[in-house]
Design a protein around this ligand. Structure first.
Ligand SMILES: Cc1ncc(COP(=O)(O)O)c(C=O)c1O
Length: 415
């Protein structure tokens, strides 16, 4: 059978993670408390030249804690790009503030500078600048605008850890930055996130928020620890036969051994108080272990991009294949017959990603409720209609990349 290529099922997973998760499940005293939380925070402080770092149980919670520390409330506006995930928008709504959506630049899938300038008002308190798929945003221009208008600049580094814009790391440009350790992010502890800043006043407030936050329950922590183990079984099931993989996946979801990345309540964007949770030690162990492999992960991602670029040269215009190298989490392509291309690749056990196929991902988000006016960000709407993501995860071999490329070439009859 053909080996499964899929960027959604634990893309960073290695044997070591499975063994670590198993060991942790049998170490109940290390589940909540332990020294690894501090190790992860210190790693970020050191690597992002940041005086303060505070971990939470997800990226969205790290973002929320920061916005709360800035005392964002009703009447305030927070600028966020369209072509994003509802998880980025919800923390703004939880505080009763209004998200204002900025259109994107097709080149880097981040905020369009002209549209950004037009959307700034006296009520704008924060700009959340997203490095989509790991592609650096227009850092210098946005930073200049923020400095002139005295707006707090928060970098959303959920898709990249270690990428650079000019000679400075993404995450070192803004007044603060947050990162995610979600299941399909640059590194993964299934859930987790961190916010870094050099602003002492803001940091003191985040610390107070973190100090009064509780740890997630033991059940929840164990559920996340099961994730690497069961997805390992699912991946191997798929490799034996897709039917086995599908059965395992269905069964594990049914008995809640696989948690949902976004729960149904989040899709309807409840407004009101939200509780942050501390980052538990067991997930910090998984996280720290992957941070130790980050350089290799990033080098692999860069290499995979180069192989794709070489293999898909003849199709680069048709696919809108990106020009610049980066630590891509997934490589965005824009095509007209995307569902047909996806189905064609799927027959070969290749699952092309569909992140941001909805203006605010995932599907079924109530746009009115989150204050998105249809037609207000035309480029973002257009790109989300045509977007597909090529898998670009560290485990991929050159043969895997060539297989994906061949499948695409066969679809377009370019072989
Ligand atoms: C761009 C972006 N920012 C932030 C987040 C939130 O991260 P987390 O899933 O860790 O809450 C996501 C989530 O998927 C995302 O895609």
């Amino acid at each position: 059978m053909k080996k499964l290529i899929n960027a959604s099922i634990s893309p960073n997973l290695e044997g070591k993670d499975v063994l670590t998760a198993l060991r942790l499940l049998f170490s109940p005293l290390s589940l909540k408390y332990g020294s690894y939380i501090n190790s992860v925070e210190s790693w970020f402080k050191y690597n992002f030249r940041s005086k303060f770092a505070f971990s939470f149980s997800s990226g969205r919670e790290a973002e929320y804690a920061l916005l709360r520390a800035l005392k964002i409330c009703k009447e305030d506006e927070v600028l966020v790009q369209a072509f994003t995930c509802v998880a980025v928008v919800n923390p703004i709504l939880w505080l009763g503030a209004k998200p204002i959506f900025v259109d994107i630049d097709k080149q880097n899938l981040s905020m369009d500078i002209e549209d950004l300038k037009q959307k700034i008002t006296d009520k704008t308190k924060v700009i959340i600048l997203q490095h989509t798929f790991g592609i650096p945003a227009h850092m210098e221009e946005v930073k200049k605008i923020c400095r002139e208008k005295k707006i707090f600049l928060l970098e959303d580094c959920a898709h990249v850890i270690g990428g650079k814009y000019k000679s400075r790391k993404l995450g070192e440009w803004g007044d603060a930055a947050f990162f995610s350790f979600g299941r399909d992010k640059a590194i993964s502890s299934v859930f987790g996130g961190i916010v870094v800043t050099n602003n002492r006043k803001v940091a003191e407030r985040i610390k107070r928020i973190k100090d009064v936050s509780a740890y997630p329950s033991y059940f929840w922590i164990c559920q996340q620890l099961m994730h690497p183990i069961v997805t390992f079984i699912v991946i191997n099931g798929f490799n034996a036969h897709p039917v086995f993989g599908k059965i395992f996946l269905y069964a594990f979801k049914k008995i809640h051994l696989i948690s949902l990345p976004i729960i149904p309540e989040e899709k309807i964007s409840h407004i009101g108080n939200y509780r942050t949770r501390k980052f538990p030690n067991a997930l910090a162990v998984l996280c720290f272990s992957q941070l130790m492999r980050l350089n290799r992960f990033n080098k692999n991602r860069q290499h995979i991009f180069t192989v794709y670029r070489h293999e898909l040269t003849k199709l680069k215009n048709r696919l809108n294949f990106p020009e610049k190298s980066a630590y891509y989490l997934r490589i965005p392509i824009m095509v007209s017959k995307k569902e047909k291309l996806r189905a064609f690749c799927k027959e070969n056990s290749i699952y092309l990603g569909d992140w941001y196929s909805h203006i605010i991902d995932p599907k079924n988000i109530n746009l009115e409720r989150i204050f998105y006016n249809k037609g207000s960000c035309k480029m973002a709407e257009n790109v989300s209609r045509n977007i597909l993501n090529l898998p670009c995860y560290p485990r991929m071999t050159d043969e895997d990349v060539k297989r994906v490329s061949l499948s695409i070439k066969l679809f377009y009859g370019k072989q």
